[in-house]
Design a protein around this ligand. Structure first.
Ligand code: CTP
Length: 399
C-alpha cells in the first residue's frame, strides 16, 4: 500500500469539523508512506487545529486564505490545485460538500476544488442527521456523479453523543482509499453490467410486490469494479442509495424493466447479477383496488423472466457471468445447481437465514466450475473488493 503513495503529492484540505484533529494523524501516515503533503486549512478548520501543528507535521507551509499575496506570488491557487497527484478533503464537512457540489469558489478550498482536474477524494465526517439529510445525500450524489470519490462515513457513536453513520473512517481506511486512487486499473477498457436492489411489481397504482433487498452489495460491487477501471452500467431497482463514483446508473422498477435495461446495456465483458428480482408479477389493476364489500380479489401471478439465465444464454453473452444465490439451506449444492441451470460462470452464494438484508456484512462462498471457496464473514464492501479483484485476475488470464 505504501509503495502506491510513495513519491506522490497530496493536497490535503482540512475542513472545520470536530474530526479535523484526525487529519493530523493522516498527515503523519502519508509522510511515513513517502508522500508530500500540501496542507490547506479552511477558516473554520483553524478553530479545530492550528496552522502551526499542521505545518509542523506536513513540513510545509499551511495555506488558509485565497488572499495571501505572498502565496499568489510563489504558487497561485491554480498552480497549487494542479501541483498535486490527488486532492484529499478530510474531514469533508456538510458545508464543504454542499459548496463543492454547487461549484462554489468562495474560499481557498472550494476555489482549489473548482480550478482543478486532479482526482478528488472526500472523507466526510459530520453529525448523523446532517449526513442522512436528503440535502447532504443529494450533494454527495452530485459529487459522485461529477467523478469525485466520496467515502462512506463509519457507523458508531459520535462526538455529540448520537449514534449512526457520520464518523470519520479510520485513518487506515483513508490510507487504503488514497492508495486505491493510485492503484492499477486492470479492468480498463472492460464494460461491466451490474444489477442491484429489489424489483417492485405493481398490484395496482399504489401497491406492489417487493422484497427486503437494500442494494448495498450490488452498489458496492459496481463501485469496486469502477475503481479497477471498468466502465460500469448499474441497473438499480428502487433503493435509496447514492451512486458509486464513476458508475452509469439506470433506475428501474419492475423485473421486465430491469431485463430491458440489461439488454440495452449489452455488449458487456462482465455481468454481475446481484439484484433480488421478484420471481412473480401480478396482473396490475389500472385503478386502485377498493374494499367495497366485494369478495377479496384473487392475485393472479405470472412468473417473471429470469434475467441472469437470459444473460447466461444470450447470443451476446458477456465473457464472465456472475450470479448470486440467496439460500437458507444446502447452500453449496443449491448454488452449484443454480450455476449450471442459469448458465453462469460463478455464483456468489450467501446464506440469508441470518438477516443479510440491509446488513453491512455478508458471509459468502464463491462457487465456480472447479468447486467452492469460503470467503468467511466480511463487510459487504470487502466482499465487493474481493470479487472485483477476482474478476480482474480472471481477465488477466492468470486464473
Ligand atoms: N435472478 C434474475 N432474475 C430473476 C430471478 C433471479 O436475474 N427473475 C438472478 C439474481 O439476480 C441472482 C440469481 O438469479 O443472481 C439467483 O437468485 P435467487 O433468488 O437465489 O434464485 P431464484 O432463481 O429465485 O431461485 P429460488 O428462489 O428457487 O432459490
Amino acid at each position: 500500500m505504501r509503495t502506491l503513495v510513495h513519491g506522490k503529492t497530496i493536497l490535503l484540505i482540512v475542513g472545520g469539523g470536530i474530526a479535523a484533529f484526525k487529519a493530523l494523524e493522516l498527515v503523519r501516515e502519508l509522510r511515513r508512506a513517502g508522500a508530500r503533503v500540501l496542507p490547506v486549512l479552511t477558516e473554520n478548520g483553524t478553530r479545530f487545529v492550528t496552522p502551526l501543528s499542521l505545518s509542523a507535521l506536513a513540513g510545509e507551509k499551511v495555506r488558509t486564505s485565497l488572499w495571501d499575496l505572498e502565496d499568489e506570488a510563489a504558487m497561485g491557487h491554480i498552480q497549487l490545485s494542479r501541483a498535486a497527484d490527488l486532492i484529499v478533503v478530510c474531514p469533508a464537512t456538510a458545508s464543504l460538500i454542499q459548496r463543492a457540489a454547487a461549484g462554489a469558489a468562495d474560499d481557498l478550498a472550494t476555489t482549489l476544488l473548482l480550478a482543478t482536474d486532479t482526482p478528488v477524494l472526500m472523507v466526510p465526517a459530520m453529525n448523523v442527521r446532517m449526513w442522512l439529510h436528503a440535502a447532504t445525500q443529494r450533494n454527495v450524489a452530485t459529487l459522485r456523479g461529477d467523478g469525485v470519490t466520496v467515502m462512506t462515513p463509519d457507523d458508531g457513536e459520535m462526538a455529540c453523543g448520537e449514534f449512526g453513520p457520520g464518523r470519520l473512517p479510520d485513518v487506515a481506511a483513508i490510507m487504503a482509499a488514497i492508495a486505491a486512487q493510485f492503484g492499477p486499473k486492470p479492468l480498463l477498457g472492460r464494460h461491466a453490467l451490474v444489477t442491484a436492489g429489489p424489483t417492485h411489481e405493481p398490484i395496482d397504482p399504489v401497491r406492489f410486490i417487493g422484497n427486503h433487498s437494500s442494494g448495498k452489495q450490488g452498489f458496492a460491487i459496481a463501485g469496486a469494479l469502477a475503481s479497477l477501471g471498468a466502465r460500469v452500467t448499474l441497473v438499480a431497482g428502487p433503493v435509496h442509495l447514492p451512486s458509486p463514483a464513476g458508475v452509469t446508473r439506470v433506475d428501474v422498477m419492475t423485473a421486465r424493466d430491469m431485463q430491458a435495461a440489461c439488454e440495452a446495456a449489452l455488449p458487456a465483458d462482465i455481468a454481475v447479477m446481484v439484484a433480488a428480482v421478484a420471481d412473480w408479477r401480478a396482473d396490475a389493476a389500472a385503478r386502485k383496488l377498493k374494499k367495497d364489500g366485494q369478495p377479496l380479489p384473487p392475485l393472479q401471478l405470472t412468473e417473471n423472466p429470469d434475467i441472469l439465465a437470459g444473460i447466461g444464454q444470450h447470443t451476446r453473452r458477456p465473457a464472465l457471468v456472475v450470479g448470486f444465490a440467496a439460500e437458507t439451506h444446502d447452500l453449496i449444492a443449491n448454488a452449484a445447481a443454480k450455476r449450471v441451470k442459469k448458465g453462469a460462470d460463478w455464483i456468489v452464494a450467501n446464506n440469508v437465514s441470518d438477516g443479510v438484508f440491509g446488513a453491512d456484512s455478508n458471509h459468502v462462498h464463491l462457487v465456480t466450475a472447479t468447486g467452492a471457496e469460503d470467503w468467511g464473514a466480511q463487510a459487504k464492501q470487502a466482499v465487493a473488493t474481493t470479487l472485483a479483484n477476482r474478476i480482474a485476475v480472471h481477465f488477466s488470464g492468470s486464473a
